[in-house]
Design a protein around this ligand. Sequence first.
Ligand SMILES: [Zn+2]
Length: 296
Amino acid sequence: MKQEQLKALQPEQFDRFVHILEQGQLNHAFFFSGYFGSYEMAQFIAKSLFCTDKVGVLPCEKCRNCKLIEQEEFPDVTIIRPINQFIKTERIRELVGQFAQSGIENPRQVFIIEQADKMHVNAANSLLKVIEEPQSEIYIFFLTSDEEMMLPTIRSRTQIFQFKKQEALISLQLEKLGLVKKQAKLLAQYSQSQSEAEKLASQASFWTLVEESERLLSWLLTKKKESYLQVAKLASLADDKEKQDQVLRILEVLCGQEILQARVREILENLLESRKMWQANVSFQNSLEYLILKEI
Ligand SMILES: [Zn+2]
């Protein structure tokens, strides 16, 4: 992401960090809550720390270091993400061990941990302990979707910044990418991160699911018997768990847009039941059919 985009997405946080960098008062442990620009901000700060051709504190985005950081291939900026929903404590211990052994060749290190709530508290503590070693210059960014997801022991030892979703702005950006207003609004409401919004914007299969979900909802509202056919169609399109989750979320967003209608509120309530059934391993088709049983 370009600096201008990041600045547009999170203007206040951008200015705050530029100021912090200018004052040379960067803390060693940060906690970023919300995924709208938080990863990009951590990356921006890392670039500022390693760029060889800075203008003031602003990284050039062109030098070798900046490019390697952008591509996630710079050796002193380590990005940790969960694998199968879990960050292994072993992996963190390994990283900490490596650091202690390296004889501190390059004492400046940055760790960016995405979905940090998927990490065991022991792992987080061993990372935080490294910061306290006098010769180290380590910066850690813990990222989560929500402040509440993070363990209090970690929250209390980090500086917290919020990266909330700015729906109107994301919607505008999506329009610039070529979406019509209605699509842009829906995707802005749907997305849980900036990168998800950008990825889905151009994904034809996603928009097919949106279209077919809209049809199901309108048929449910008009109590059409054909709703059964539409559920079957959606079930054949959404042939894996990820797409099935997408359909449920799309339907939730669509209902949310019409929440003032009593009938829609009813459907939304039933939809939450459908999701529970699906999560309890009832087939996707049967879970959606629950909506029709309740409505028609
Ligand atoms: Zn640079």
